[in-house]
Design a protein around this ligand. Structure first.
Ligand code: CTP
Length: 399
């Protein structure tokens, strides 16, 4: 039986050509057993008639906030309480802007403010409108408020342009809604995540390391936990507090990190390598503190390569979905594609570390998801919001 059976779904439709797909979406939701109430903005009615949606949903369509007749039946507060989930599809640039501002000047926006149910949006608009900074800022605001954003997809648009801005197909949206009523997208799965820097000792007091803050890995651990996963976080030294209810294993060197990963590898359904692992370590660790030599003498260190933890895990545990990061300064996608193959992993999350907005210690990041099926670029997001989007994408990967 579909997980949507008997679920109360409000489908809110805003004005855009993709509104024609909403009829099919209602049909699929009803077929899956959901109870559907449709809310339309006045713009939406220019693209599809309320009568069509009434016939398909089996319920009168809600259009007006201040209509005494409508409010006497199921008014906006009753609707808000009735809903198990609110989906806005298509969500126009205008609706995103009004939601971001917290406006309550029509039924749709008022309902979103009044409901405790999860609100999901499926944006659809011209590619230039989607890319516009104002829309991207609104997107950030909405994600920060826990509004889930699904899509847009990329491709040919009704206006003749090609790019990102197409509404997800009705069948994809039904899958997204189904997943909402799971205990979580990763329920029953164990996710192992490496994070932070490693420290490669030279002597008892000195080490070689890097600037990794660990923020991305810790945010992913939280996001995986939120999706019901059992999470094991294996981290080099950071200033962060591990999320609650996560098994935390603190390590120092790349060799420690590898051992810790191998110890839990059998349990891993998903392995995500966010750690900035030192590629080399000193060939010899001095037992005593190294002393300065003669005044003019330099010091030559011999380094040996550390094992690639990600590649080792993908080779040893073929059952696990493996995901890596690639911090690059040039030819980002090409390098990421090479790493995808070389490390034999399902996804490389690539970012441009020469971009100062998204460096190692910043709170924001902009990445491209590189898989065998192609490349998907995400907008600039806070690491917290990005982690949620990445976990959604990772939960869809299969081998
Ligand atoms: N990684 C790892 N073990 C290593 C080195 C890297 O697990 N010894 C993982 C990182 O956690 C990351 C991915 O591999 O997920 C890519 O790391 P990166 O440093 O970009 O790649 P390298 O393989 O080190 O290649 P290069 O430094 O030549 O770009």
């Amino acid at each position: 039986m579909s997980r949507l059976n008997n679920k109360h779904i409000i489908l809110a439709i805003s004005g855009g050509i993709a509104a024609y797909k909403s009829a099919e979406l209602v049909r699929l939701l009803i077929k899956a057993g959901a109870k559907v109430q449709v809310v339309m903005t006045s713009g939406a009615t220019a693209f599809i008639t309320p009568l069509t949606l009434q016939a398909l949903s089996g319920n009168p369509v809600h259009q007006h906030l201040l209509n005494p007749k409508a409010e006497a039946g199921m008014g906006h507060i009753q609707l808000a309480r009735w809903a198990d989930l609110v989906l806005i599809a298509p969500a126009s640039a205008n609706v995103m802007a009004r939601l971001a501002q917290g406006q309550a000047d029509d039924l749709l926006t008022t309902l979103c403010l009044a409901t405790n149910a999860p609100v999901l949006i499926a944006p659809a608009m011209n590619q230039a409108m989607w890319k516009d900074q104002a829309t991207q800022d609104n997107l950030q605001t909405l994600l920060g408020r826990n509004i889930q954003v699904h899509g847009p997809a990329s491709g040919e648009q009704a206006c003749g342009d090609t790019g990102s801005g197409r509404m997800l197909e009705p069948s994809q949206l039904v899958s997204v809604l189904n997943a909402q009523f799971d205990q979580g997208l990763l329920a029953g799965k164990t996710v192992v995540i490496t994070a932070g820097p490693t420290r490669e000792a030279l002597d008892p007091v000195r080490f070689i390391s890097n600037h990794s803050s660990g923020k991305m890995g810790y945010a992913l651990a939280q996001a995986a936990k939120d999706q019901g996963a059992t999470v094991i976080l294996i981290s080099g030294p950071t200033h962060l507090t591990p999320p609650e209810d996560v098994t935390f294993i603190g390590v120092n060197s790349a060799q420690d990190m590898l051992l810790a990963c191998l110890n839990v590898g059998d349990d891993a359904d998903v392995f995500i390598a966010t750690a900035a692992v030192a590629d080399y370590r000193p060939a010899k660790v001095s037992e005593q503190k190294l002393k300065k030599q003669n005044a003019d003498d330099g010091l030559t260190l011999e380094l040996v390569q550390n094992a690639d933890i990600l590649a080792t895990m993908s080779a040893h545990y073929p059952r696990a979905i493996t995901v890596g990061f690639a911090a690059e300064t040039q030819d980002i996608i090409t390098h990421a594609q090479t790493k995808l193959k070389r490390k034999n992993v399902q996804m490389i999350i690539a970012n441009d570390v020469s971009d100062t907005r998204i460096g190692f210690n910043s709170d924001d990041n902009q990445v491209s998801l590189v898989t065998a099926n192609g490349v998907e670029s995400l907008p600039l997001l806070s690491k917290h919001n990005l982690a949620r989007q990445l976990i959604l994408a990772i939960s869809k990967l299969s081998k």
